[in-house]
Unconditional design. Structure first.
Length: 271
């Protein structure tokens, strides 16, 4: 039951999510074993009538904020943070699925390990109804980790709100707002950790792969060059950036095969 002041604010931004996925995502949060949270969903002016959509749940923990026009993910998440009442923020995407004890496990860990401002779980990447493999590597993330692509799962995180506000929230960088956030946190002395638990189904479809083109990654590449310099990534960092440029011109089919064999961990083998 929600107390007067929630301990956690779950923040989401919605834009044209398939209704079935949206319903499953919202329900997975409302059905959490941890209950003292608010669920802030920012309506970024898509085709879904989010206010009407959420009335079916009759759950006073849901807060709907609507942008005046389509503003994008960074703006919407910053709006949610500005209105959040909780001391901790939990990210959630509108097409992902949270396991029932996700918030409880993340909250208990970050409260017991307050040296970390961000804690992420790992996630099962899912595509077309199939488990593709485990995403994320356990342990603390430093500048070398982040610059090499060993990063937290953005929608799998719990954040200390104070830390996010200290660095000014999300930067307006398309397809790299999470990367920029990790770098800003590290530059300001905050620490990041990924736990072993798999607590989220992370949905990826063919459209997501098609967005990984060079044209769509221009701002992301600019951010990588900028933060490689700020975090002293050196020549090795620039080589990694060049590899990401190459990845942007490869066929989608090749990228999918590469991720399956070299990025995602096979949980059956791990066991």
């Amino acid at each position: 039951m929600l107390k007067n002041t929630p301990e956690i604010s779950v923040i989401m931004s919605e834009f044209n999510t398939e209704p079935e996925k949206l319903e499953a995502s919202i329900k997975s949060i409302l059905d959490q074993t941890f209950t003292n949270f608010e669920l802030i969903i920012v309506d970024d002016c898509g085709s879904n009538n989010l206010l009407e959509f959420t009335k079916r749940y009759n759950d006073r923990r849901i807060v709907i904020l609507k942008n005046e026009e389509n503003k994008g993910l960074s703006y919407s998440l910053n709006k949610a943070i500005e209105n959040a009442k909780g001391d901790y923020l939990v990210r959630m995407d509108t097409d992902d699925y949270a396991y029932p004890d996700r918030i409880s496990i993340l909250y208990n860990f970050i409260k017991k390990n307050q040296q970390f401002a961000v804690v992420s779980s790992r996630a099962m990447e899912v595509g077309n109804g199939e488990d593709l493999g485990v995403l994320g590597k356990t342990g603390e993330k430093n500048s070398k980790s982040i610059l090499s692509g060993d990063v937290p799962i953005h929608p799998g995180c719990i954040f200390e709100k104070r830390a996010i506000q200290t660095v000014g929230g999300y930067k307006e960088v398309k397809r790299a707002e999470d990367f920029a956030l990790w770098c800003e946190l590290l530059l300001n002395g905050f620490r990041i950790y990924v736990i072993e638990d798999i607590l989220l189904n992370y949905n990826v479809d063919d459209e997501d792969y098609s967005k990984r083109t060079l044209a769509n990654r221009r701002e992301s590449l600019q951010a990588k060059f900028y933060y490689n310099k700020k975090l002293n990534g050196g020549k090795t960092g620039y080589v990694r950036i060049i590899k990401s440029v190459v990845a942007g011109i490869l066929p989608v089919s090749f990228v999918k095969v590469y991720r399956k064999h070299f990025v995602l961990e096979n949980e059956k083998k791990r066991k």
